[in-house]
Design a protein around this ligand. Structure first.
Ligand code: PEP
Length: 251
């Protein structure tokens, strides 16, 4: 059965001291929570080990925001999947729209990254979603379908145990504009139907599909109430313990 997940993508925020402080605040906030929801935070690379140490013994999982597709070698400034697993990480976010927009990641790069992550037994939170112009031209379903098919639909069914999907319409990320709960549900149901067609109902019903894009304490409950929305990938609101905890409680 699929799990609910609330994952915080901290992006390039929080130095070492702030990382420790935020995790301490979060630990206090979630310690009394009776929840089955997985709670994940993704700090910047340099603070991953620190975050793991700080989060140890709590229900907070630590993930990476990205990784390079090569095993190792002359890629100055990059981090491999093996480096992540070697410090005990289990999850990596791949395909975030900021990686696609600012760092030129595309379906081909992401296919390599997903393959490398899975070869190293990492769970992948795979982000995808349409641009505003795609939605305005009523092309959003086509865009999402091709992003998924090109990168993930060549995987064997067994790999889907390690895949979490994060539908993030680019026009809703960091803009304060959220997809309506109905728009989110419509797209999530479409995504699940694509997986059903390709892999069958069991794989489709076991995949967690997160929504991302300006989720805040005041809109989380309505979005998460939708049948095919299994939680959220949270940017801005994951940087405040109180807001992130409110979003976790909204499930
Ligand atoms: C994100 O970066 O994945 C995101 C959803 O950001 P925000 O919540 O700030 O829109």
């Amino acid at each position: 059965m699929r799990k609910n997940i609330v994952a915080g993508n901290w992006k390039m925020n929080n130095n070492a001291e702030q990382t420790q402080q935020l995790i301490n605040d979060l630990k206090t906030a979630v310690s009394g929570l009776e929840t089955e929801t997985r709670i994940i935070i993704a700090p910047t690379f340099v603070n991953l080990a620190l975050a793991q140490n700080n989060a140890a013994g709590s229900s907070i999982e630590v993930a990476a925001q990205n990784m390079h597709q090569a095993k190792n070698g002359a890629y100055t400034g990059e981090i491999s999947a093996d480096m992540l697993t070697s410090i005990g990480l289990q999850t990596v976010i791949l395909g975030h729209s900021e990686r696609r927009t600012y760092f030129g990641e595309n379906d081909a790069t992401l296919t390599e990254k997903v393959t490398a992550a899975l070869e190293n037994e990492l769970e992948v939170i795979f982000c995808f979603g349409e641009l505003l112009e795609d939605r305005k031209s009523d092309n959003h379903f086509n865009v999402v379908e091709s992003q998924l098919k090109n990168v993930l639909f060549n995987l064997p069914a067994s790999s889907w145990e390690k895949i979490v999907l994060a539908y993030e319409p680019v026009w809703a990320i960091g803009t304060g504009e959220t997809a309506s709960p109905e728009q989110a549900q419509e797209m999530h149901a479409f995504i699940r139907s694509l997986i059903t067609d390709q892999y069958g109902a069991e794989v489709a019903s076991n995949v967690s599909i997160l929504y991302g894009g300006s989720v805040k304490p005041n809109n989380a409950e309505e979005i998460f109430s939708k049948e095919d929305v299994d939680g959220g990938l949270i940017g801005g609101a994951s940087l405040k313990a109180q807001d992130f905890t409110a979003i976790i409680k909204a499930i």
